[in-house]
Design a protein around this ligand. Structure first.
Ligand code: ATP
Length: 615
């Protein structure tokens, strides 16, 4: 409520400022530039801040939007609105092409790639004769709305800030949606999101184009505000400055765009005014001071200024934790996929093999799993259990062998196609998105159960589907006993609880087969019992569960069937009681059969199995 009030106050001030004759024209011009930069930085917040894809090249897209409209309105038809359309179409085509090529690059190659195409486009603007080469294009028409000219700074101000507010609204909607969760998962890099059906490569291109289109709109407004364009504001130094704005403002929130643009542009302006007077020289020291201030900000406010301001505001209005807040409103339940009859063979692994160079991590393993059965995959550290999981779920390619899931060959499919068939999984090293709430993390698991594109998400016409996804996520979180933590940031939970959240996320995908990698690690005794109850319930519902676990008590009490691996090979297979007295297993675990100790300790006494290979 108080947040809304603050927003209304900000919007009211923005509305009133140009109407007050006392407002200096300089302020309005300055605010116009802040608005133009905010649009570009907003795209960077999504691209770099949220998705972790660093781009130094956004200024080039500003240039495309500016030049397209400048050329069209001066040389072809004097319609800035057609100019906007042309700019958006060209930006779409160029950014799609550049994104498809450069986003395949990772690490430092991606930023270097963006520098390369930013330089290319800059020199292209400066060398094309019909764009006026380095002199650029002058005499550009102002924008008019229903015959009302926005030629004056105080008028175009409203259009600029309307675009900024709309872009902020749309971007917030996007981030708070099914595609938004996928975009926020891009930063995690690994294959986690793909294991829930997210096409990471496609989303990378989508947000690259989204950010470029925002920059293009900024360029269009710039061209018709300045009434002239030349290449210099679209060069690499501006691309770097936009990135600074995003980092200084705060890359995790849409408000960071406005705060960062405002701070950097005001700082630059003030340094230009104050430093010459202070140092009594005309020498250009402002960039030196600017650089030092930037280093200090990066050192002491790594997440930007906005999170600090937001924290102050939250403590001022007494905003407390969201823990315990009511779950999302009830919504129709998502359809469940048909389940195989109990006892039907669900998974069959034939001669599964994985070599890492000379190391055979999985050596021609065979086993099968039926519907309504829990199978344990156990073995000492390094036995090849997690690798087997990764082969079944498509995270790693097989060296040889075959994986059959309900008649589908999994070993020829990508991780996201395997997820779509009904295989859900958790990870040995927890892979949650720590800054997202538990609810959002689990809703990511249900990604494939509703189709919502970027446009409906931006326009917020996806609310029905979103309510269904959140309702399903909340249902699964309550099922695993974490209903009090729906709105807690996942990174704030204890490691054991994070593992349980991963199980809820896998359940949200409505799997037929659940692959759990060390689900009981880090849990207390009572939590393990609760988890065992949930898994038993799932088994009774007909789900097949394959779990890797070191806690023998947990495995022996819960599973129907166990496969023991050692050095990549299958050592033994059978029921828990059979495995507990198998001499080969005892040899692997305990270093040999002892007269006094002829079995893996009975459930209830065992606790953790020895970790590591026998000496
Ligand atoms: N990407 C990789 N590249 C090279 N070697 C790997 C890779 N992944 C796993 N290995 C090796 O394969 C073997 C099996 O590893 P894996 O993680 O599957 O064992 P594990 O049974 O799951 O062990 P733990 O219980 O410790 O998790 C180990 O020797 C490991 O070092």
């Amino acid at each position: 409520m108080k947040n809304r009030l603050l927003l209304l106050v900000v919007v009211a001030i923005l509305l009133l400022l140009p109407l007050l004759p006392a407002t200096p024209t300089f302020w309005i011009t300055h605010l116009n530039y802040i608005g133009l930069a905010s649009l570009v930085v907003l795209g960077l917040i999504v691209l770099t801040g949220i998705a972790g894809l660093t781009s130094f090249g956004q200024a080039a897209f500003v240039g495309i939007g500016a030049y397209a409209s400048a050329w069209l309105t001066t040389a072809v038809v004097p319609s800035p609105w057609l100019g906007l359309l042309l700019g958006l179409v060209i930006t779409f085509a160029v950014s799609y092409l550049l994104g498809a090529i450069t986003l395949r690059l990772s690490g430092h190659y991606l930023p270097l790639g963006t520098i390369a195409w930013c330089l290319s486009l800059y020199y292209l603007f400066g060398n094309l004769a019909f764009l006026g080469q380095y002199d650029g294009i002058a005499g550009i028409e102002p924008i008019s709305v229903f015959g009302f000219s926005l030629g004056h700074g105080r008028r175009i101000y409203y259009l600029i800030w309307l675009c900024v507010l709309l872009a902020m609204w749309g971007t917030r909607n996007l981030l708070d949606s099914r595609p938004g969760r996928a975009i926020r998962a891009l930063r995690s890099g690994g294959g986690m999101a793909e294991s829930f059906g997210v096409d990471m490569a496609a989303y990378k291109v989508i947000i690259f184009v989204y950010a470029a289109l925002l920059a293009s709109v900024s360029g269009w407004l710039y061209a018709h505000m300045q009434r002239a364009v030349s290449p210099s504001p679209f060069g690499l130094n501006y691309g770097i400055e936009y990135l600074f704005m995003a980092v200084v403002g705060g890359t995790g929130s849409v408000w960071g765009a406005v705060v960062g643009s405002g701070l950097i542009l005001t700082l630059k302006d003030q340094l230009q005014n104050v430093l010459p007077k202070l140092l009594n020289t005309t020498a250009n020291f402002e960039l030196v001071a600017f650089g030092i201030i930037m280093v200090l900000v990066l050192q002491y406010a790594r997440h930007g200024v906005w999170p600090i301001l937001a924290g102050w505001w939250a403590s001022l209005i007494g905003q407390t934790s969201l823990r315990g807040q009511a779950p999302p409103a009830a919504a129709p339940e998502l359809a469940q996929r048909p389940r195989p009859e109990k006892g039907t063979q669900v998974l069959r692994v034939d001669d599964l093999r994985k070599e890492f160079g000379g190391l055979v991590a999985v050596n021609d393993i065979n086993f099968s799993l039926k519907a309504g059965e829990i199978m344990g995959l156990i073995g000492p550290n390094g036995a090849g259990k997690s690798t087997t999981f990764n082969l079944i779920s498509g995270v790693l390619p097989l060296t040889a062998g075959k994986v059959d899931f309900l008649g589908h060959r999994l070993d020829t499919l990508r991780a996201r196609d395997i997820a779509a068939l009904g295989v859900g999984r958790t990870f040995q090293h927890v892979q949650l998105l720590p800054s997202m709430t538990v609810l959002e993390n689990v809703a990511l698991g249900a990604h494939l159960r509703r189709k919502v594109g970027v446009l409906p998400a931006v326009l917020r016409s996806d609310r029905r589907q979103e309510a269904e996804l959140l309702h399903e996520a909340a249902r699964q979180i309550q099922r695993v006993g974490l209903g009090d933590y729906l709105y807690e940031q996942a990174g704030n939970l204890a490691l054991g609880q994070q593992r349980i959240v991963e199980i809820a996320r896998a359940l949200a995908a409505d799997p037929v087969l659940l692959l759990l990698d060390e689900p009981a690690a880090g849990l207390r005794y009572k939590e393990k019992q609760d988890l065992a109850r949930v898994l038993d319930q799932l088994r009774q519902e007909g789900m097949s569960i394959l779990l890797v676990e070191h806690d023998m008590d947990f495995v022996m009490n819960l599973t129907d069937h166990i496969v023991v691996m050692d050095f990549g090979t299958k050592l033994a297979e059978g029921t828990p009681s059979h495995i507990q007295s198998d001499p080969a297993v005892l040899e692997a675990y305990l270093g040999g059969v002892d007269d006094d100790d002829d079995a893996i300790e009975a459930p209830g006494h065992a606790g953790q199995a020895p970790q590591g290979r026998p000496a």
